[in-house]
Design a protein. Sequence first.
Length: 91
Amino acid sequence: MNNYLKLLRFLKGHKRIFILAVIFMWISTLLEGVQLSMLVPMTDIIFNKKKIVFPGQLPSFVHHIIDQLNAMSPEMMLSKGIVVVIILLLL
């Protein structure tokens, strides 16, 4: 613990950069969660031609997005899914 407190002394001149780094790490974590959570429904549509089903009430805009995804053909979902995964990975 003593070594950790010694390292914190070096942070004094770089607090702004440290706060920015923490914010961007949180954003990165959220985008990785979105990327991983969309893979299961996407693979169900592509390989098994299953519809995305969510239990409970959803906001209308989310329900509209899910309806559009369910209306896509597996080939279209694969081509658009690859692009979305790459964009999320780059972000």
